[in-house]
Write a protein that binds this ligand. Structure first.
Ligand SMILES: C[S@@+](CC[C@H](N)C(=O)[O-])C[C@H]1O[C@@H](n2cnc3c(N)ncnc32)[C@H](O)[C@@H]1O
Length: 308
């Protein structure tokens, strides 16, 4: 727990504060120094990464209560907004292949790169398609079928914006994100942006990972014991987890035109993990419900309220 090893924690804090300044002054340099892909730093083959995005596609279908085939039909002509695509907009490409009209990807950090590895991922996504789906995917590039020509901006647009906010107004039929909301630096502003961006009847689906992303020590929840002010100085410009728990999400959503259709945990920590960390938590986390503290992540499905 924070403060139990003062020397170690001081060294860790000083290091993190220094690198946070590098991230503040030059987000692009910080991203290339850390080799950040958005999916973590584990090496995975292009085929595995393409498989990951196909699984995400099936998950979104399941969250809408549809088979992948029915989702593909539903997607025809839909306008998609994706928060935090990572370094390769492969999810957007798959959605275009399945008939979406356009995809806008918005991020706080300039992660997308057409590196040889990412070209290989795009090629692996294309290799998994055939027929009409392949034709539509190829038509998503400025020069059809030519990955190096980049995406045609009227099909897939990538925007890096302060706080990762889209600024869209009523233009999205479907909003998605995966492993993103736990990184956003202003949760109420992100949900407000989402509420503004959704067209009437639009749906948002998010998977949120509440785990420490490697920033804990002995107990998987002990990263919550660092005081908020110190965490801010250490990490505010790096896009690491904002540490918000489910209660903060409910509160941020309540202030918008969105309503919650589903909010369900993906996995739970055992009770003893929560009880061991609880006495060491700062006040803001101590008021969280015990069962919420146990959430390792959750699915969130939202709709724009008809009266909004
Ligand atoms: C863990 S990665 C997930 C990438 C991708 N969705 C995937 O599943 O592989 C987190 C992504 O969220 C982005 N991000 C961080 N803060 C954000 C914000 N405030 N708004 C939008 N995106 C943000 C990161 O730059 C990165 O692209």
């Amino acid at each position: 727990m924070f403060g139990k090893s003062p020397l170690r924690h001081t060294v860790r804090a000083l290091r993190a504060i220094a690198t946070n300044q590098v991230a503040r002054l030059s987000p692009g340099m910080y991203v290339s120094l850390t080799g950040e892909t958005g999916r973590g730093r584990d090496a995975a083959s292009a085929q595995e990464v393409a498989g990951y995005f196909r699984t995400c596609f099936d998950d979104y279908a399941a969250k809408l209560g549809m088979s992948p085939e029915a989702f593909s039909i539903w997607l025809r002509d839909k306008r998609i907004l994706e928060y935090g695509p990572g370094d390769v907009p492969a999810m957007g490409l798959l959605l275009l292949a399945h008939g979406a009209r356009s995809v806008v990807c918005v991020d706080r950090f300039p992660l997308i790169r057409l590196s040889p590895e990412n070209r290989a991922i795009i090629a692996a996504v294309l290799a998994g398609l055939d027929g009409e789906l392949l034709q539509r995917a190829q038509a998503a590039f400025s020069v059809p079928g030519n990955i190096d020509s980049g995406f045609a901006p009227d099909r897939l647009r990538y925007a890096v914006r302060p706080n990762g906010l889209s600024g869209e107004r009523g233009t999205a039929d479907l909003i998605i994100s995966r492993a993103v909301l736990e990184h956003v630096n202003d949760l109420p502003a992100t949900f407000k942006d989402m509420s503004d961006a959704l067209a009437p009847g639009g749906i948002a689906i998010h998977q949120v990972d509440l785990k420490s992303h490697g920033l804990h020590e002995a107990n998987p929840l002990d990263f919550l014991t660092w005081p908020a002010w110190l965490w801010h100085f250490m990490y505010s410009h790096k896009g690491v987890p904002n540490r918000e728990r489910p209660g903060a999400y409910r509160q941020a959503i309540a202030g918008t035109g969105l309503e919650i259709l589903e909010m369900t945990p993906t996995a739970l920590y055992p009770g003893e993990v929560v009880t061991a960390v609880q006495p060491h938590l700062p006040h803001r986390f101590r008021t969280e419900r015990n069962d919420d503290l146990a959430w390792q992540g959750f699915w969130l499905r939202l709709r724009r309220r008809s009266d909004a």
